[in-house]
Design a binder for this molecule. Structure first.
Ligand SMILES: Cc1cc2nc3c(=O)[nH]c(=O)nc-3n(C[C@H](O)[C@H](O)[C@H](O)COP(=O)(O)O)c2cc1C
Length: 249
C-alpha cells in the first residue's frame, strides 16, 4: 500500500503539510513516486529572506509546470523539528543491529514507549521526504554552515543505509559573503560542501544543484558597500537560475 499524505492546507504560500501520524503497522513507502512531487523546506530565521526568495522562485516555476502534482512546504524555522533524543538513537541502533534499511520496515525499530514516541516524530517527516521526488531546500549560510533548524531535520530523517536515490535535490541559498571558486573564503564554505557531501555520501544523491545569492551583507555593512553591485548581480542571477532550473525538474 502506498502512502498518500492528504492532511494538507492551503496557506497562500503553498500547501503546508499538517503533522500527520499514520495508523497501521505495515506501511509501504513510495521509493519511486509515479508522479512528480516537490518537498520544499525553508530554514531561514527571518521571513524577509533571500534564501526564501530564491527557493520561492523555483517552487513557483515548478508549480506552474506541474499544476496538478503534489507540493508540500515545510518551514523548519517557523515550525521547528525537535532535536533527536536518546530514544531516537535507539531507533538507529535497532536498525543497525537488525540490518533494517528498507524505509517500509523502519517502524519495526520502535519497540519501547519512548522509541515509539521518537518514531511518531520521525514518521511524518520521513513520509513526506520519501513521497517527494524533488527536494528543494532553501537555506542561509550560518556560521559557515547550515542553520541548526535544518540540521535538526536532517538528524531526524537520516537512518543508516537508507538511500534517497533517485530523488533530486536543489539547494537555494543565501550568504553574507562570497565563497565561489577562487575567492579567499572558498575554503570556509561548509554549507555547500557539507550538504553536497552528505547527500552524496549518505543518501546516494550525486547531483545536488546549488543556487547561491551571495554578498547579502553588502546591503547592510558599510565596509562592503562597494560590493553592492556584485550582490545585486548575484541575486539576479540566482533568481533567474532558480526560475530556469525548475523547468527541468
Ligand atoms: C546567525 C547568522 C550567521 C551567519 N553566518 C554567516 C557566515 O558564516 N558567512 C556568511 O557569509 N554569512 C553569514 N551570515 C549572513 C547570512 O548568510 C545572510 O544574511 C543571508 O542572507 C541569510 O539568509 P536569508 O536572507 O535567507 O535569511 C550569517 C547570518 C546569521 C543571522
Amino acid at each position: 500500500m502506498a502512502v498518500t499524505l492528504a492532511h494538507a492546507e492551503e496557506t497562500g504560500q503553498g500547501v503546508r503539510l499538517l503533522p500527520t501520524v499514520l495508523s497501521g503497522q505495515s506501511v509501504h513507502l513510495l521509493k519511486e513516486p509515479p508522479v512528480p512531487s516537490l518537498l520544499h523546506l525553508t530554514a531561514s530565521a527571518r521571513r524577509d529572506s533571500f534564501s526564501r526568495r530564491v527557493g520561492d522562485v523555483f517552487a513557483t516555476a515548478w508549480r506552474e509546470a506541474h499544476p496538478d502534482d503534489p507540493y508540500v512546504l515545510r518551514d523548519l524555522a517557523a515550525d521547528p523539528v525537535p532535536h533527536i533524543t536518546e530514544a531516537w538513537t535507539e531507533l538507529c541502533d535497532n536498525a543497525l543491529r537488525d540490518q533494517i534499511s528498507d524505509p517500509a520496515r523502519l517502524h519495526e525499530t520502535a519497540r519501547t514507549p519512548a522509541q515509539r514516541e521518537a518514531w511518531a516524530i520521525v514518521r511524518p517527516l520521513l513520509d513526506e521526504l520519501l513521497a517527494a521526488d524533488v527536494v528543494l531546500i532553501a537555506t542561509p549560510m550560518y556560521n559557515y554552515s547550515v542553520p541548526s533548524a535544518l540540521k535538526a531535520w536532517l538528524d531526524q530523517v537520516t537512518f543508516p543505509r537508507v538511500s534517497l536515490a533517485p530523488r533530486r535535490f536543489v539547494v537555494a541559498s543565501a550568504r553574507g559573503g562570497a565563497y565561489g571558486p577562487g575567492t579567499p573564503k572558498e575554503p570556509f564554505d561548509h554549507q555547500e560542501r557539507y550538504l553536497r557531501d552528505f547527500f552524496q555520501g549518505h543518501f546516494g544523491v550525486a547531483d545536488t544543484v546549488f543556487v547561491h545569492a551571495e554578498l547579502v551583507n553588502a546591503r547592510l555593512d558599510p565596509a562592503l558597500a562597494a560590493l553592492r553591485p556584485e550582490h545585486d548581480a548575484s541575486l539576479a542571477a540566482a533568481l533567474d537560475t532558480a526560475r530556469t532550473l525548475a523547468k527541468d525538474y
